[in-house]
Design a protein around this ligand. Structure first.
Ligand code: UDX
Length: 443
């Protein structure tokens, strides 16, 4: 029975996972090579914003069920299963950069060579099909001198959403285990049975390659759903009285379709969908298959930015000299992450015109500054952001923006106008001002 767990890579996936295991009677040793991050965590400060993470981190550190280190030797001595959660960024051509995964396996293998015990290695980083067998297994065996059976290996994709990481770790829809041999699968299953107890989710045990594919295919399918409804949103904008939100509601009532991931908007962003969709397309090319549906969903995703600019022009006329307020910069609500944020892409597009842009976000202003620099005006309150502006654009649907009323827009803006790019508002409530929304036909 494995009770001691090591987690390599304390980022958006690794840190919540480490805290979750530690909160359910596992002894966890977290490792990161970023010393600043380690120091921050030791001071009980979560380096990222995730709902509930700060409190849980403090609790598990105080209980001493989580400790962090930058030493592989120390981590290995104190764990019998090791979860790899390091990043797999994109190369300029869209393919996956496996550098961090390889480096991690090499360093781990080197320390493991001197240790005589069974270690279960669990890879959670998203990796292209075949990588567990062709890269990870080979690299580990080369550096550790051990063979399967002396160690175990699983690819175990995670499906957590940013901002909801802890919730998703505690309540996953399913667990996918891609085990290299029966023993590895059995041990990992046992770890999860103890972690979830009576609320154990359904499990699929398969080989590592299928598990690697399941991760990509899930994300590509979800991105396809979003691009599909975004295509329909462009259609609705050309049909009097049509409304994509109602269409999504109606088709979503069919259980075979389902309502989730049918929210039209600026498109999909974040650290996963754009990267994984492009990597999947590349992967197809490498094995001689053109995934043309995947090409189309990327195209639709891009076209939603042009679509939004078109709506801006329809709403306020010539952009020259206008002041525009953007509400929301995070790639989605509930996070300070701005990676591949569609709202920031829209800001960048609008900056090509001679406009002044004022921005607001409840959590992501600091991170947005690193991308947008001094090209926009950063505002601490919604009112400040609206003051003197000719158009307000909702870019990210934070719950607090839902409170916005047309009276507030009338009070602070030079010429009150609202463009809802995330379908947060009821058009009826903005009857007295210029209002437009993605997927809303002329009325
Ligand atoms: C996603 C997957 O949901 C998760 O399973 C995987 O592990 C990582 O990638 P995440 O990137 O955190 O998670 O966010 P998600 O909530 O899925 O949203 C992704 C993007 O799609 C966001 O930009 C969001 O605004 C957009 N989106 C989502 C829509 O435009 N419409 C929708 O209906 C849903």
């Amino acid at each position: 029975m494995i009770n001691r767990i090591g987690i390599v890579g304390l980022g958006y996936v690794g840190l919540p996972l480490a805290c979750a295991f530690a909160s359910r009677s596992f002894k966890v040793t977290g490792l990161d090579t970023d010393l600043e991050k380690i120091e921050l965590i030791k001071r009980e400060e979560a380096p990222i914003y995730e709902e509930g993470l700060q409190d849980l981190l403090k609790k598990v550190l105080e209980e001493k069920s989580l400790k962090v280190t930058s030493s592989y030797k120390e981590m290995l001595e104190e764990s019998d299963a090791c979860f790899i959660c390091v990043g797999t960024p994109s190369n300029p051509d869209g393919s996956v950069d496996l550098r961090y995964v390889k480096e991690t396996i090499e360093m781990l293998g080197e320390s493991y060579r001197r240790v005589d015990k069974y270690l279960l290695l669990v890879v959670r980083s998203t990796i292209p099909p075949g990588t567990t067998l062709n890269v990870i297994k080979k690299t580990l065996e080369e550096w550790s001198g051990k063979n399967i059976g002396e160690y175990g290996l699983c690819f175990n994709p995670e499906f957590l959403r940013e901002g909801r990481a802890l919730y998703d770790i505690f309540n996953p829809d399913r667990i996918i285990i891609g085990a290299i041999d029966e023993e590895s699968g059995r041990i990992l299953l046992d770890i999860y049975k103890r972690f979830h107890g009576i609320s154990m989710p359904p499990v699929l045990i398969t080989n590592p390659t299928n598990a690697e594919l399941i991760k990509y295919v899930s994300n590509v399918f979800l991105a396809t759903k979003i691009s599909f409804i975004n295509m329909i949103s462009q259609l609705c904008q050309r049909i009097p009285n049509a409304d994509v939100k109602v269409i999504a509601e109606g088709i979503g009532m069919d259980k075979r379709i389902g309502r989730e991931f049918l929210n039209a908007g600026l498109g999909w962003g974040g650290s996963c969908f754009p990267k994984d969709v492009k990597a999947f397309l590349r992967f197809g090319e490498e094995i001689g298959l053109r995934l043309n549906l995947v090409e189309s969903i990327i195209e639709i995703n891009e076209s939603q930015i042009e679509n939004a600019v078109k709506l801006v022009e329809e709403l306020v006329g010539r952009l020259d000299g206008k002041t525009i307020s953007i509400l929301g910069l995070a790639f989605k609500p509930g996070t300070d992450d701005v990676r591949e944020s569609r709202s920031i892409r829209l800001v960048e597009e609008l900056l090509k015109y001679n406009v002044e842009i004022k921005v607001h976000d409840p959590k992501a202003l600091e991170k947005a500054k690193k991308i947008l620099g001094d090209k926009v005006i950063y505002c601490r309150t919604i009112e400040e952001c609206l003051t003197g502006s000719d158009l307000c654009i909702l870019g990210t649907e934070w719950a607090e923006y839902k409170e916005l009323r047309q009276e507030t827009l009338k009070k602070y803006m030079r010429r009150p106008a609202l463009l809802d790019c995330r379908r947060l508002y009821d058009p009826e409530e903005f009857r007295e001002i210029k209002f437009s929304a993605i997927g809303l036909g002329p009325r």
